[in-house]
Design a protein around this ligand. Structure first.
Ligand SMILES: N[C@@H](CCC(=O)N[C@@H](CS)C(=O)NCC(=O)O)C(=O)O
Length: 242
């Protein structure tokens, strides 16, 4: 199996961490987003969506991190512990419930904070207006409230006593704004305790390896300036930031 990844990306981290944690063998194919490698002719032949992660299993090519995570859990179900994506109908539905919710909530809001703080200056030529950053932070706080109150409640993990794909997808998204210097855990002891449990499940070494790039996100603007396709991608972000 080949996985096309850049660990700057949250969905790439989830796929990487899951494969590593449960021992699924794969070849790491780097697609450096800051160098614009998603725009190469070769990558376009693999995925016309031009986003990562992408999985290639033999001749079978799959995009979308959630689809890839479920594919891996199901393909290797004889060796992957059941709690990751439980066979039980209602437990599986709970994992799917979180995975469906997060796209337009925690992922959207965490990404927006990250983009405003790290990419906005490169794409727009000035710092993001304070009111835009504040609004993005407020949305993020609301998503974090819902994660704590609706999904985690008083359980150790989202579906109960054991970790699942839902916790993995949640933690990689939460770490994105952290990479842009926002302490999302401030005043949230429940979230800190949950993050520490998730980290322990993966092991500190793997967790830190996966998040090493994002914790150095302050170097992203300089890297991006060297991207020869920067002028080509600017309009897309300028539309997003307007
Ligand atoms: N819904 C997709 C999102 C994939 C995605 O947005 N990937 C981003 C990195 S986080 C990407 O490849 N961006 C490249 C670009 O937009 O040019 C998934 O979960 O896999």
């Amino acid at each position: 199996m080949e996985l096309y990844l850049d660990l700057f990306s949250q969905p790439c981290r989830s796929v990487f961490m899951f494969a590593k944690a449960v021992g699924i063998p794969f070849e790491f194919k780097m697609v450096d987003l800051s160098a614009g490698q998603q725009f190469t002719e070769e990558f376009g032949k693999l995925s016309m969506i031009r986003k990562i992660p992408v999985m290639k299993d033999g001749n079978f090519v799959l995009t979308e991190s959630i689809a890839i995570l479920k594919y891996m859990a199901q393909k290797y179900s004889s060796s992957v512990p059941d709690h990751w994506y439980p066979a039980d109908l209602q437990q599986r539905a709970r994992v799917n419930e979180y995975l469906s919710w997060q796209h337009m909530n925690l992922r959207a809001h965490g990404s927006k904070v990250f983009l405003f703080r790290t990419l906005y200056p490169v794409m727009m030529g000035s710092e993001a207006p304070k009111e835009k950053i504040d609004a993005a932070l407020e949305d993020l706080q609301q998503s974090l409230n819902l994660l704590e109150e609706n999904f985690l409640q008083n359980k150790p993990f989202i579906i109960g006593d054991k970790i699942s794909l839902a916790d993995l997808v949640a933690v990689v998204e939460i770490m994105q704004p952290v990479g842009s210097g926002v302490d999302v855990f401030e005043g949230r002891p429940k979230l800190i305790a949950w993050r520490d449990r998730v980290k322990k499940e993966f092991g500190e070494k793997l967790f830190d390896e996966a998040h090493d790039a994002i914790m150095k996100a302050s170097s992203l603007p300089q890297k991006l300036q060297k991207n020869k396709d920067l002028e080509m991608i600017k309009p897309k972000y300028q539309r997003l930031f307007r």
